[in-house]
Write a protein of this length. Structure first.
Length: 357
C-alpha cells in the first residue's frame, strides 16, 4: 500500500475516533452544549445530597426522565452545602444552561442566587423545598404540613391519646423541617393533649438523631412513639430499639410505634417486617419527572395556573410569583387501614415508587 493510501486510512481512523468521542458526551445527557439533534434544551440539575436512600433514588430517576422528556442535563451535587450550591449554579451559567432544577436545603440563603438567575431570565424549579423568598417558576413538592399531621394522627391513634413520643426533627432552616415540625406539634396539641412530645433537632443528620434518641430514652425509658421526619434516621433508630429490647411486634405492650417519611424500599420492607409502623411516601420518581417537565415548559414559554393538574395533583399559589405543584404523598401502613378518618396505602401497593425502584 502506498504512502498516500496509508495517510488516507489514518485520517479516516482519526475522524472516526473523534466522531465517536463527540457522540459520548456527559453520561447524564445526550450532549453538553445545547445543540443536540433536536435542539434539546440544556438544563442544570443540582442534587442536594447523596447520603440518603431517598435522594439516591431521585438521582437515579433524573437521567431517566431527562431522556423521556427530551432534555439535556448537566448535573452537580451540593452535598447539603449552600455555598457549594451557589458555586454550582455559577458553573451552570457559564455552561450556558437554559434552566435550573435545584433542591436547596437552606431555603433562606438561596434567595440572592434566585434573584441573579431571574435577572438573567433563567427559570428555576425547586424540588422538595420551597425558597423562603424570591421567585421560581414552579415548586415541585408535596404538602409537608400534611406529613406532620398524618404522623400525628397515626401515633395519636395507636397510643390512645396518651404517652410520650419523640420527634426527630429535620433542619429548621428548611421549610420542610419547619412544616413537618409545626404541623405535628399543632396536631398533637389540638387532638391529643395527653401525649407529651419531645422535639429533637437533628439538622437531617443520622448520627445526631441517633445520639439524641439514645439520650432521650435514657431520661424517658417509657417512650412509646417516634416520628422521624425523614428516613435519614431509620438505621440509627432501629439499632437503638433493638439494643433496648424494644424491637417487638405491635401487639406487644413494649412496642414503640415508629412513623417515618420518604417511602424508600427499605421502609416498606420494615413495615412488612414489623420493624416500623408507617411512613409517608414522598414521590422521588415524580420529583425528578416534574422538576424537568416544568423547567422545560418554562424554557418553552408555557405558563400554569393554580388548580388541579392532569397528573392527580393540585397546583397552589403560595405567594405572588410562586406556584407549587403538590404531588400526592400517602401514609403507608401494614394493612392500609383508615387512620384518623383518612385512608392509608398498604405497604405492598404497586403504585408506590418504593415498590418499583
Amino acid at each position: 500500500m502506498n504512502r498516500n493510501a496509508l495517510l488516507g486510512l489514518g485520517l479516516t481512523a482519526v475522524l472516526g475516533t473523534a466522531m465517536l468521542a463527540a457522540g459520548c458526551g456527559d453520561n447524564n445527557a445526550s450532549s453538553g452544549n445545547g445543540s443536540g439533534p433536536a435542539a434539546a434544551p440544556l438544563i442544570g440539575v443540582d442534587y442536594p445530597r447523596s447520603d440518603t436512600d431517598f435522594w439516591n433514588s431521585y438521582i437515579k430517576y433524573v437521567p431517566q426522565f431527562a431522556g423521556e422528556l427530551g432534555v439535556q442535563i448537566k448535573t452537580t451535587n451540593s452535598q447539603n452545602d449552600i455555598a457549594a450550591l451557589i458555586s454550582n449554579v455559577q458553573a451552570f451559567q457559564s455552561q450556558g444552561v437554559k434552566g435550573v432544577v435545584m433542591a436547596p436545603q437552606d431555603t433562606a440563603a438561596i434567595a440572592p442566587t434566585l434573584d441573579q438567575l431571574a435577572g438573567k431570565k433563567i427559570p428555576v424549579v425547586t424540588i422538595d423545598t420551597r425558597p423562603d423568598t424570591g421567585k421560581v417558576f414552579m415548586v415541585v413538592r408535596a404538602d409537608n404540613r400534611a406529613y406532620g399531621t398524618k404522623a400525628c394522627q397515626f401515633l395519636g391513634a395507636k397510643l390512645g391519646g396518651k404517652g410520650k413520643v419523640v420527634m426527630l426533627e429535620g433542619g429548621l432552616d428548611s421549610i420542610n423541617g419547619r412544616d413537618r415540625t409545626e404541623a405535628f406539634n399543632e396536631c398533637m396539641k389540638k387532638d391529643f393533649p395527653g401525649i407529651t412530645v419531645f422535639g429533637e433537632a437533628t439538622d437531617w443528620k443520622g448520627d445526631v438523631a441517633a445520639t439524641k434518641l439514645q439520650t432521650r430514652f435514657t431520661s424517658d425509658p417509657d417512650i412509646k412513639g417516634i416520628y422521624m421526619e425523614s428516613s435519614f434516621a431509620l438505621s440509627g433508630t432501629l439499632q437503638i430499639l433493638k439494643q433496648r429490647g424494644l424491637q417487638v411486634p405491635p401487639a406487644d405492650p413494649k412496642h414503640v410505634f415508629v412513623v417515618s417519611n420518604d417511602g424508600i424500599p427499605e421502609e416498606l420492607k420494615d413495615i412488612q417486617g414489623g420493624l416500623i409502623d408507617a411512613t409517608v411516601s414522598q414521590p422521588a420518581d415524580l420529583f425528578a419527572k416534574y422538576g424537568l417537565y416544568y423547567v422545560k415548559a418554562a424554557i418553552e414559554g408555557k405558563t400554569f395556573q393554580a388548580g388541579p393538574t392532569d397528573h392527580g395533583s393540585t397546583i397552589i399559589q403560595v405567594r405572588d410569583g410562586v406556584l407549587e405543584d403538590q404531588l400526592a404523598a400517602p401514609l403507608v401502613t401494614v394493612d392500609g387501614a383508615t387512620i384518623g378518618g383518612q385512608p392509608t396505602t398498604k405497604f405492598d401497593d404497586k403504585s408506590l415508587w418504593g415498590n418499583n425502584a
